[in-house]
Structures are given as structure tokens and as C-alpha cells.
Design a binder for this molecule. Structure first.
Ligand SMILES: [Zn+2]
Length: 498
């Protein structure tokens, strides 16, 4: 363990007052923040350190940087094993047939239900070695972009591999299970059973047993409201209450979802969750653009949370924020609304991009630039999701909290005479501007490069795992593509000219 002093940075605390310290210092002892404030205030705390701890002090000059809390990504799926399927990496660059998928134009709940059901068994086809290599690389890309805590919402990977990768990489992850036991089909009025609910509940109990370290928690869920039987729902309500765990699911994500869920289950998605006892202050609803007034009240009365992924919606043609005012209305009414990236086999956005999208999108939708400020967006990427995950001690830069920190350099032309550097990051920057990542006092990224893991090795192991899994299980002749990717030099980060 160590003693670390971050000196003279523009510290965005993301605390309840959104405090920003223009020349702020942060003192970290072992894994915790012990002091935040001016050089004088933090200097006083340094002076009280016993001599043997003072001798360990490392000073990190942050005078050309912004210091932010580590990002907490409340809704993410590990799906990097699927990169070579469908239209993804097999498309030529000249392909302009960007037809809308199952989420576009309001979405097709039947397609989504079938697709999510079909994905459920793919994870089991990964060997333990493939699962580990894919998880490590996929989660590294998140960590490298400043996400220090992941909220898994069901992944095409083994929960045990995600837990192990989090521990190995030194980041935090609330693991989940891609759980669904029924599917809604257009030709039927009743949900069609595809899996045994008792077995899924037993597997969910297994992820609870994975949790317990400082890096790994459990957050049970079901993959989508159309894919959960009442039996599974009741079991999950019992399990999450018994273990006092958070619960997550996608709901109210598609325009026609309410009609489809009513047809197959007799009531709408959010009402179903409520009737099953799943809408509590431990519940995080994902997307939730299509709720009626009574459903909004159910979320608010329960003290539940909502997470949205605005930088992803533009990539997929999801209209849930553009089409309704639900998210804005819920946030105005006091519901905790956090940001997240969602998941994709190809990376599409990070938390910085999500902050930009919610800031600009809120101003555009309401005509009011003060509707949601950059510092609000930062809190939605840090403190708010930490609370939703029930993960205390992270999400803001405050004494007593775990030292999960992100540094972004502010010494190039984008920040010249800019008194509010967070705005420049959100306007002209992106995830790759993250320069330093610290988790629990451990510096895991410095100058944009890993300090503890071999990035090229992670990438190479991922490519090998992708080749073997895609060839064996997905019928893709992956060897030529993977060989070409191996030959390409590992990507390097270029900084804009100062
Ligand atoms: Zn999702």
C-alpha cells in the first residue's frame, strides 16, 4: 500500500455540492482518500502522517490535469466474443447498407425477446480459457477509458470470468447473469418457456457466492422484461431481498413493448416488476423511455433508480429519449438517473461520450442549457450510479471514500483559457483522453499506458480466444481476420498538439 499526494489539480469532487477545487489536492493513504482541499488544508493532513508513512509519500503533479472520480458504468454487457458474427467485423468498409436493427425505429419487442433468449446459451460455449481472455481484454478497454466500476447487466461470458478479470485487473465489478426463461413470440398469447427457472435461480445464487471481495459484488437481474416468467421473477425478488442485493433489468425500452408484455403477461412491464416485488429502492431500471404516468409513480414511490445510455442510442436508432420526455420528467421529479454505456461487440462509446450526449441532448430537448450541467453529467457517471449499485465508498472524491480517481490532462490547446475544463473534455475530448486511472490507491494507468498489465498481451490473447470461439461455435472462418489483426501494430494513443 502507499501514500499518494495529487497536487494542484482541477479537482471535480462530484459530491452532493458538485464542488470544484481549481488548485486542489487529494491525499490518499493506502486505498482511501484521507484529505481533499487546498494545498494548505491537505498539507496539514500530510503533516500529521507518522514518519514511516511520510517516508512512503509519492507526489503526483496534477497541475496540468483535471481530477475526477472513477467512472461507474451502471449498465454494461460483456459481449466481445461476438465481434465476428452478424454484420460486425465481416463488413467491408464500403458497405452502406446500414439497415435499422431490432432496436431501431421504436424497436421490435418480439425480435429483441428472441435475440436475447438466443444469446443466453452462447456464454456456456466459451471454454474457461476463452472466457478469461475475452473478459480481461473487454474489461481492460473499460478501465482504460476511466471506468473503475462496472455494473454487469448480463454478459455473453462466464460470471466467474468477469469476477476473476476484475480482481486481476484491479477494477470493481458487480457481476450478473444473462437470465431469461421464456420468450414472447408473435404467434402466441402466452410466453413460451425456454429454460428452467429453478436452474437459473440456482445459477444466480452462484454469482452471489462469487461476490464478497473489495472488487466483486453481485447484482442479479433478468435480461429483459419479455424474457422473465413470473416464477423467475418471484424467485429473483426473494433472492435479492434475502441477500439485500440490487436488481436490474431492461424495461420500457421499446415503443411497442407495453402492448406485447400486456398481451403475454396481462399487464405492462413496470407493473409486472412491481407486482412481483422487484420495484424497490434496490432496483435499477434500464432505458425506461416508455412509461405511463402510473408506472413513473411506481418508480418514484419505491425510491428506485434509472440508467440510460444516450451515447449508444444514436448508434442504434433507439428513440426512447427523443420520442418521450420520460427520462427528463423522472429526473426532474427526483429519480436518481445515471449514465451507462450498454454493451456491444464493437466498442461504441464510453462514459465521457455518455456525459456529452446527456448534456447536449438535454439542452436540445428542453431548449435550456441549464437543464443539465456538465457537473450534473459527471455526477450521473460517478456518484449516482454508485448509489444505485449500493456500492458505498465510491463515486465521489471525499475523505473516507475509496481512492478511485481519473486524471485527464488539460495542457493542450483545447483547454487554453478555459476556466471550466470539464466542458472542453465533453466538447472536444473523449474516452482516450483519460491519462491516469487509480483504483483503491493503485495507479493502473499512467500517461495513457497500463502500469501493471501487458496491454499487447491482453489484446493478443483476446484475438486468439476470438478465433477459436468464432471458428468452433459460430461457424465463422476467423483465422484470416485474426491473423491480419495480429499483424497490425497495437494501437497507440496520440495526443493533440499542445
Ligand atoms: Zn443493455
Amino acid at each position: 500500500m502507499s501514500v499518494l499526494l495529487l497536487q494542484d489539480g482541477c479537482v471535480h469532487t462530484a459530491d452532493a455540492e458538485h464542488r470544484v477545487l481549481l488548485r486542489g489536492c487529494v491525499l490518499v493513504v493506502d486505498d482511501r482518500i484521507v484529505a481533499v482541499g487546498t494545498a494548505e488544508e491537505v498539507g496539514t493532513a500530510v503533516a500529521t502522517l507518522p514518519p514511516h508513512r511520510l517516508a512512503e509519500l509519492t507526489v503526483l503533479d496534477a497541475s496540468r490535469a483535471m481530477v475526477l472520480p472513477g467512472f461507474v458504468n451502471a449498465h454494461w454487457h460483456e459481449t466481445f466474443a461476438l465481434r465476428l458474427t452478424g454484420q460486425q467485423a465481416l463488413r467491408p468498409a464500403s458497405d452502406r447498407t446500414d439497415a435499422g436493427g431490432m432496436l431501431s425505429n421504436g424497436g421490435d419487442p418480439y425480435d429483441v425477446s428472441a435475440s436475447f433468449d438466443g444469446s443466453a446459451d452462447l456464454a456456456d460455449l466459451l471454454t474457461p480459457g476463452e472466457a478469461a481472455a475475452v473478459a480481461r481484454y473487454s474489461m481492460w478497454t473499460q478501465l482504460r477509458c476511466g471506468t473503475t466500476t462496472l455494473g454487469d447487466t448480463g454478459s455473453v461470458n462466464h460470471p466467474s470470468a468477469l469476477a476473476r478479470a476484475a480482481t486481476d485487473l484491479g477494477m470493481r465489478c458487480a457481476v450478473s447473469l444473462w437470465a431469461g426463461d421464456v420468450v414472447c413470440e408473435p404467434g402466441s398469447d402466452a410466453p413460451v418457456r425456454t429454460r428452467d427457472a429453478a436452474r437459473l435461480l440456482a445459477r444466480t445464487e452462484e454469482i452471489v457466492r462469487l461476490a464478497g471481495s473489495e472488487f466483486v459484488r453481485a447484482r442479479p437481474g433478468t435480461v429483459y422484461i419479455t424474457n422473465m416468467s413470473d416464477e423467475l421473477g418471484k424467485g429473483l425478488a426473494d433472492l435479492t431481498a434475502r441477500h439485500d442485493l440490487p436488481f436490474v433489468t431492461h424495461v420500457a425500452a421499446l415503443r411497442a413493448e407495453a402492448d406485447v408484455v400486456r398481451r403475454h403477461f396481462g399487464t405492462t412491464g413496470l407493473r409486472r416488476l412491481h407486482d412481483l416485488g422487484l420495484v424497490t429502492d434496490r432496483f435499477t431500471a434500464v432505458h425506461c423511455g416508455f412509461l405511463d404516468d402510473e408506472e413513473r409513480a411506481l418508480l418514484l414511490d419505491a425510491g428506485a433508480s434509472l440508467t440510460v445510455s444516450p451515447a449508444k442510442y444514436g448508434c442504434t436508432g433507439e428513440t426512447l429519449m427523443a420520442e418521450t420526455d420520460t427520462v427528463t420528467a423522472l429526473r426532474r421529479a427526483g429519480l436518481p438517473v445515471s449514465l451507462s454505456t450498454d454493451g456491444s461487440p464493437l466498442p461504441h462509446s464510453g462514459m465521457v461520450e455518455a456525459m456529452r450526449a446527456i448534456w447536449h441532448g438535454s439542452a436540445e430537448r428542453t431548449g435550456d442549457p441549464a437543464e443539465l450541467l456538465p457537473t450534473d453529467a459527471l455526477a450521473m457517471a460517478t456518484r449516482v450510479p454508485a448509489t444505485s449499485l449500493g456500492w458505498t465508498g465510491i463515486g465521489s472524491i471525499e475523505p473516507g471514500n475509496l481512492a478511485d480517481l481519473v486524471l485527464v490532462r488539460t495542457d493542450d490547446w483545447r483547454y487554453l483559457l478555459q476556466p471550466r475544463p470539464l466542458e472542453s473534455l465533453l466538447v472536444l475530448g473523449g474516452s482516450l483522453d483519460v491519462d491516469t486511472v487509480i483504483v483503491g490507491g493503485r495507479v493502473l494507468l499512467r500517461d495513457g499506458r497500463a502500469t501493471e498489465v501487458d496491454e499487447d498481451g491482453l489484446r493478443s490473447d483476446y484475438l486468439d480466444a476470438l478465433e477459436s470461439f468464432s471458428s468452433r461455435c459460430l461457424g465463422v472462418d476467423a483465422a484470416p481476420l485474426v491473423r491480419a489483426a495480429h499483424r497490425r501494430p497495437a494501437p497507440r494513443r496520440d495526443r493533440p498538439a499542445g
